[in-house]
Ligand binder design. Structure first.
Ligand SMILES: [Zn+2]
Length: 203
């Protein structure tokens, strides 16, 4: 079974505070040119997307330069509902293998269509980020608009500085919470440090 963990992208998709709102502008119409197409203006962190180290740390490597092997691996989704702060003890009963991915289901993503989604989400403790690095986790995903709330973005930096790729704005994690599955998190091959991604779980 394949489960879609990706957010729909449209002009109503909730953006990170301060980011430009998405605009879809119709270019061609059947009447004018015989086909329908659009010019889309979106932040590259809109909707379900992946962050690479250059997003925060001034590193040169582009997301498009990663091998696609990096985007497909075994994953576990941890139940992190009902918490204001996600801490390292969430991992105490979880078998973590180097090279795998971890997703955290906080419940924030259940309200992804509401404006409150942009601000109503838990914080992540630095101890949890450091433990994920120590365990050799290579991708971390959340059903939240960001891994941090504001500057200096310590959680992003702790993970990205160790080449852990980040996935933000996941949805439907309720369908995979507590499970192990194969994660396919494929960003568009943009020559940038982040890109929208189609993310699915294969159970
Ligand atoms: Zn991002």
């Amino acid at each position: 079974m394949i489960i879609d963990l990706s957010m729909p992208v449209n002009e109503q998709t909730v953006v990170f505070p301060g980011d430009a709102k998405p605009v879809f502008e119709q270019a061609g119409t059947l009447e004018t040119v015989g086909f329908v197409d659009h010019v889309i203006h979106i932040n590259n962190h809109l909707g379900t997307h992946m962050d690479a180290p250059g997003h925060m740390l001034g590193k040169d490597k582009l997301l498009s330069e990663y091998s696609v092997d990096r985007f497909v691996c075994q994953a576990t989704c941890i139940d992190a509902r009902g918490k204001d702060l996600l801490t390292a003890d969430l991992l105490s009963d979880v078998e973590l293998k180097p090279g795998e991915a971890i997703l955290f289901y906080t419940g924030a993503g259940d309200n992804y269509t509401q404006q409150s989604y942009a601000s109503d989400y838990p914080k992540i403790d630095l101890g949890l980020a450091n433990l994920l690095v120590k365990k050799g986790i290579k991708m971390v995903g959340v059903d939240m608009i960001s891994f941090d709330h504001d500057e200096p973005y310590p959680i992003h930096k702790a993970l990205l500085d160790n080449d852990v790729l980040l996935i933000e704005n996941l949805i439907n994690l309720k369908a995979v919470v507590g499970k192990r599955f194969r994660l396919h998190a494929l960003p568009i091959k943009l020559d940038l440090h982040a890109a929208p991604a189609r993310v699915v779980a294969e159970l």
